[in-house]
Design a protein around this ligand. Structure first.
Ligand SMILES: C[S@@+](CC[C@H](N)C(=O)[O-])C[C@H]1O[C@@H](n2cnc3c(N)ncnc32)[C@H](O)[C@@H]1O
Length: 242
């Protein structure tokens, strides 16, 4: 990465226009008030298909960075508790902003494994979907974003969970923001994570049912509670599978 990009990365991401549609679906905070108005009044199908491209906020690259940096600061003290940092897993990373920041700030020697999907639902409703049918991502876009924004793209391996064989790795840190147990049940990955995590692995994710995890992990700590999002959720830090 050249010097110019390193300076640029201090408070912004490099985004391509093609990234914007999925990014707006992944992070609702980036929608302008006019876009929210159209979503409410035209319905989610027409909005997702067409109107999402209109009235996009200015400086979306800086705003995305700001939002993700805030997420980073929130989980940073918990990430520092990780005993080992060799293998990092990001579940539902979206475009990958958080993982890019994490590589730069904490995990600069780690291997990054990212699990995502490669389609955008026709009508994005953001439910808690037991059958896990919804997605809003493009794997190629995530790869390109990482290439443009990370300090070392070679440390990243991106998996399309609907097609690729998931790796047999002992993960040390697992992070899933607004994805695992927020949009779909933890059980989708439960057996896989139990088998593929180191004894001291830490897990940070958003959940609509924090109490439930006391049956799954020995340590469960609430990092934050958010009652303003689509479904009220808690961000939890968990350790030691029971
Ligand atoms: C609300 S977005 C959050 C994206 C990102 N974590 C962020 O905070 O910006 C949820 C993401 O989960 C992805 N997703 C849905 N089902 C998934 C699954 N089974 N495994 C991995 N990712 C999934 C979606 O495609 C989407 O990109």
């Amino acid at each position: 990465m050249n010097k110019k990009n390193q300076i640029f990365l201090k408070n912004s991401f490099i985004l391509s226009k093609k990234d914007i549609k999925n990014l707006l679906l992944q992070r609702n905070e980036l929608l302008s008030s006019l876009q929210k108005f159209f979503r409410k009044n035209l319905g989610r199908f027409i909005f997702t298909k067409l109107f999402i491209f209109f009235f996009v906020k200015k400086n979306i690259n800086k705003l995305y960075y700001k939002i993700i940096y805030k997420e980073f600061l929130l989980i940073k003290p918990f990430l520092k508790k990780a005993k080992r940092k060799k293998n990092f897993l990001g579940i539902g990373c979206g475009l990958g902003g958080l993982e890019v920041i994490l590589q730069k700030k904490i995990f600069n020697k780690s291997n990054f494994y990212l699990f995502e999907r490669n389609f955008t639902s026709h009508k994005v409703v953001y439910g808690y979907d037991k059958s896990n049918k919804e997605a809003y991502n493009n794997i190629k876009a995530t790869n390109l974003f990482i290439e443009k924004n990370s300090i070392d793209k070679n440390k990243f391996k991106l998996f399309n969970i609907d097609q690729d064989k998931l790796p047999s790795v002992k993960f040390d840190v697992v992070v899933s923001i607004l994805s695992l147990d927020y949009h779909y049940p933890f059980e989708v990955y439960y057996k896989y994570l139990k088998k593929n995590s180191s004894n001291s692995a830490i897990f940070i994710f958003d959940t609509i049912r924090p109490e439930y995890f006391k049956k799954i992990f020995k340590i469960v700590k609430i990092i934050s509670i958010d009652n303003k999002k689509i479904h009220p959720s808690s961000r939890v830090y968990c350790k030691f599978f029971l």
